[in-house]
Write a protein that binds this ligand. Sequence first.
Ligand code: BG6
Length: 471
Amino acid sequence: MPENAIEPHVFVIFGATGDLTHRKLLPALFRTAGHAPCYVVGTSGSDWTNERFREGASEWLVRSGVDVEGARAWADEKLFYASLGPERRDFSALISLIATLEREYSLPGNRVFYLSVPPRGYPFLIEQLGCCGLSDRNGFTRLVIEKPFGRDLESARALNEFVHRYYREDQVYRIDHYLGKETVQNLLAFRFANILFESVWNRDRIDSIEITVAEDLGLEGRAGYYDRAGALRDMVQNHLTQLLTLVAMEVPSGFNAKAIRQEKIKVLRSLLPLDPDRDAVFGQYVGGTSGEKGYLEEKGVQRASRTETFVAVRLRVENWRWQGVPFILRTGKRLAKRMTRIAVRYHCAPVALFEQQGSTCGVCPNMILITLQPNEGFDLRFDVKTPGADFNLETQQLSFRYHETFGRLPEAYETLLLDVMMGDQTLFVHADEVEASWAVYTPLLNRSHRVYPYTAGSWGPPEAARLSAQT
Ligand code: BG6
């Protein structure tokens, strides 16, 4: 990172007593502290003090592997707290704390506002920040918004319009934490730094692309939110679709936010309309044989809920590069294991020269597997002849694993928060992207569809396989 790339600023977190703040934001802010001259102000409705906020933060930092002294020293020096009162409507303590910090530490008025609150809280906060003078300064003001950005095209449009009443698009940082993952950013390097791959990255060579985000975990206490959202809204419209755009986009005219976002939006606008009956399969987990709970038995889930915990969709990018190549996106909770992977399957050889009985070797072995988590890396599969007089083939792979070469990878939030501080929007989602992405899934939303059961701990409903089979 360039020296002095980050100007001194105040970083305000709304929802400072919440889970995301403790588990992700504070550890990320701690790890970026060496680069960022930043004072963190936590705020929420709770009647906390600086001391209470610092104590809680230190505990979470220690849990995330930071040593006790380091955690405490950072918290004492950099963390502050102001309450918004029980109704969460009184900004006076926050305004005066920010003014005091800016005066005492001679800060130039730069402010980041991070909304780590449920979406229903956005309008009031955005309006207040716009109206109470907190955004109206000499320095920069940046607004960071967590997903979900709406629950369909209409609500996303309304939210964007509302945000734009108070903030220009270049001040808005919509977080999709998948874009902060090191391996996701590496998709760009893999494709655009290596002519070897880019030259076979098209319909002439590629048969299909599968993007899988499998989770072994269930609801983790979030039934209230999840039961109203479901897998399509929670994962596909954002994380999986972002992965799709990075895999399918054209070479951008430069490595900057504008050029990259333009290419991603072009992908979204080239997607053919989804046919709900042919292109999507929904599923919901039921109890496993070893006594795991089914979705309907989870605490907080409506008894007759038809919310999908699994979804697979088949998309087609109708452009010169991808015409005819199916993109299968698949995600689910309580699947067999945690795994995020992009599988790029190459065409079969036109003539099977080495046909072997009962074997797929020598027919279509070529595949690139990009594993985004865990055990991040790339694998390239191909066939080799096994030694001996007989001409037998076996599929082998060349593999690269990040941790073997680079050790620890930074957490997504570390990367994203640093980018917010530097004012780099490359890894954030533009308003047009959000809307284009909701538009893609409109045919599947708000319509009743069949939900197939799958056993907790399996790979999802068997019916999903038909999406790959009918390519
Ligand atoms: C979140 C979803 O955005 O991403 C969660 O709301 C999901 O339901 C999580 O578990 C997955 O993120 P990761 O980084 O663990 O793959």
